[in-house]
Design a protein around this ligand. Structure first.
Ligand code: FNR
Length: 392
């Protein structure tokens, strides 16, 4: 309401958030490398483009003469925690290349707006510093899972996250190697190799990684950042080295909910249930990993039908507006993750930019539901009965 009223009264201090416009403005301002990293996708952008196109196949059908006393209720509960909105900030690595305050700015904005923050293993700020910035906010931790011969490092990362107040573990399963990303290759950009800028992204703040490095090479990490970066990268992007049976190890070392990120099939969703995890993220990493793939929204309803009553279903890939969020929720997601849009907010306006993006998305969602005659974002009101599928 704040953004809406100020906008209509022309009191706004910033351009109203519109995903395409903010993307264009951010891309103009960013270096070729940073732009390539956030805007860039795998291959020919086919998966990325399909992610966006999939939202247009569904339309929200409005109801009339629905009497409601107030604006729609967007609140929800995830893993027993009340949340004002059904959204969270997706894990995004190396945020300091977009704004010098990076993860600290994003984590502060998330806490300010009441939105959970998911910290990436590829963060350019230490776990502890992000926790301090996030304060009383809800925070979740995303793991790039080191190969099993580095279980000691995995345990160290998990213990630090737990100690710093991260309550839920998101394990990313679609990135055991970086995708074929032409813009990053053209720019010679590798997020993990930018050791000079992003030292701690490489786990350089992890005491055990530091100790192991010193023991095996006889030098501190800072004396050969390139070498440390290469070792870290090999460890956290270990190729296809984990199987379903390895999930048990994470369960033994994490006592909160575990969510598997990157699920795209019914089979894998069922395996997640069998493995005993609490949730999944239906995601294709925003089309940044495997190209020539399906849209993430396209598979969402099928996965919800198969396991929606057994797991908490998160969704991401392609969300840019309130109506996109409404459609993902109507198709059965419990909570959606916002990726690139908040990074553009960070690039253009730091903490305030991220806050503005979140306020705008929530305002847009609230009005979308209000105008569709829906009193809340809960499943009893917002479900498949409000959608129609457009003919191709
Ligand atoms: C990501 N994503 C990501 N995911 C993850 O699990 N760990 C990570 O470190 C990153 N890093 C990352 C960097 C950048 C620049 C982007 C854009 C994305 C993927 C992210 O969590 C999410 O799945 C997608 O961003 C969702 O798609 P949209 O919202 O960007 O279309």
């Amino acid at each position: 309401q704040e953004v809406y009223k100020k906008g209509l009264q022309y009191e706004r201090s910033t351009l109203t958030f519109q995903a395409d416009k903010w993307e264009e403005l951010a891309c103009q301002r960013l270096s070729a490398e940073s732009k390539g990293y956030v805007y860039g996708s795998a291959g020919c952008r086919e998966t990325t483009n399909k992610n966006r196109a999939a939202f247009k196949k569904w339309s929200i059908v409005p109801r009339r003469l629905v009497k409601t006393a107030s604006f729609p209720d967007l609140s929800t509960e995830i893993f027993g925690q009340k949340q004002p909105y059904p959204i969270a900030l997706a894990p995004v690595g190396v945020l300091r290349i977009f704004n010098s305050d990076g993860e600290v700015a994003a984590a502060k904005a998330a806490a300010q707006e009441g939105v959970p923050y998911i910290l990436s293993t590829a963060s350019s700020t230490s776990t502890e510093d992000v926790a301090a910035a996030n304060g009383d906010g809800q925070r979740w931790y995303q793991l790039y899972w080191p190969s099993r011969d580095h279980d000691d490092i995995t345990i160290s990362l998990l213990q630090r996250a737990k100690k710093a107040g991260f309550t839920t573990l998101f394990v990313t399963l679609d990135t055991y190697i970086l995708g074929w990303r032409p813009s990053d290759m053209d720019n010679g950009y590798n997020p993990f190799m930018r050791a000079d800028q992003i030292g701690v992204a490489l786990g350089f703040s992890d005491p055990l990684f530091r100790k192991n490095f010193k023991e095996s090479h006889g030098i501190e990490i800072e004396e050969n950042m390139g070498k440390a970066a290469t070792e870290w990268m090999r460890m956290v992007f270990p190729g296809m080295s984990h199987g379903w049976e390895d999930i048990k190890f994470l369960q033994e070392h994490w006592d909160g909910p575990i969510v598997l990120k990157g699920i795209q099939t019914i089979q894998d969703a069922k395996k997640a249930v069998e493995a005993g995890v609490q949730g999944i993220v239906v995601s294709n990493h925003g089309g940044r990993q495997q190209d020539g793939g399906n849209s993430s929204l396209g598979v969402l309803p099928h996965i919800v039908d198969a396991v929606g009553d057994k797991l908490t279903i998160f969704f991401d890939s392609g969300i840019t507006s309130g109506s996109d969020i409404a459609k993902a929720l109507a198709l059965g997601a419990d909570c959606v993750l916002i990726g690139r849009p908040y990074v553009y907010g960070l690039a253009l306006g730091g903490e305030g930019g991220v806050s503005h993006v979140l306020k705008s998305l929530m305002g847009d969602l609230e009005l979308t539901l209000h105008l569709a005659g829906l009193p809340s974002a809960s499943k009893k009101d917002l479900n498949r009965s409000v959608l129609v599928r457009e003919e191709d």
